[in-house]
Design a protein around this ligand. Sequence first.
Ligand SMILES: Nc1ncnc2c1ncn2[C@@H]1O[C@H](COP(=O)(O)OP(=O)(O)OP(=O)(O)O)[C@@H](O)[C@H]1O
Ligand SMILES: [Mg+2]
Length: 219
Amino acid sequence: MIINMVQYAVYLDNISFSYEKHAVIKNLSLRARPGEHIGIVGGSGCGKSTLLKILAGLYQPDSGEAVIAGERLPEKIRKQVALVMQNNSLFPLSIRENITCGHPVPDEAVWAACQNASLTQWLERLPNGLDTNVGERGNQVSGGQAQRIQIARALCKDAPVILLDEPVSALDQDTGRSVLDALCKLTDGRTVIHVTHHQETLDERYTIYRMEGGRMVRG
Ligand SMILES: Nc1ncnc2c1ncn2[C@@H]1O[C@H](COP(=O)(O)OP(=O)(O)OP(=O)(O)O)[C@@H](O)[C@H]1O
Ligand SMILES: [Mg+2]
């Protein structure tokens, strides 16, 4: 059994999760080998974001087994994953602090992440560059810029498991394209769980699953 688990970067076995009495995830199992890309689709409210929060070590399942990058403890899981959220999850701090999350990251590494996240052109036009404050809940930056800042953060973290929640929703076509390009650089060679309502944005590397009735079925 142990040998079985360690060959997976993501190993969910028979997990269930409820908010109070509202059961959202019911005996769900999911496995991803290192470097595998999994796309998850499913109706609004079926539990996709909840599942990503479990995979990110933000919530613990009520029952079942969750082993992510060989870790079971939420605080250890959180070090192994990078999460790009559906809703803006920026801190009211500078762009640099949002990317480094307070870790001592050399400037060259921050700029390299910005380059790969298609942020440089925009940053060069800002009078304060990386030191620009993103405002309360990131209200000083657009949705596309906020998503690319999150992608730069994920690139800097260099985690083996990448969790994406609708990273190209509500963007115009050009911005959507640059976010997709940034995502390609982020996901290359890593294990990816990508939740989307737009299956057409997932390329042939992805195996698609559908979430239905709290479980996972092949898409
Ligand atoms: N913090 C919370 N407390 C209580 N219920 C919640 C909470 N977050 C989500 N829910 C409920 O759990 C269910 C699953 O929500 P979730 O956000 O995981 O859905 P989703 O599949 O990501 O939907 P969408 O496609 O709209 O993003 C919904 O019925 C939602 O109302
Ligand atoms: Mg969601």
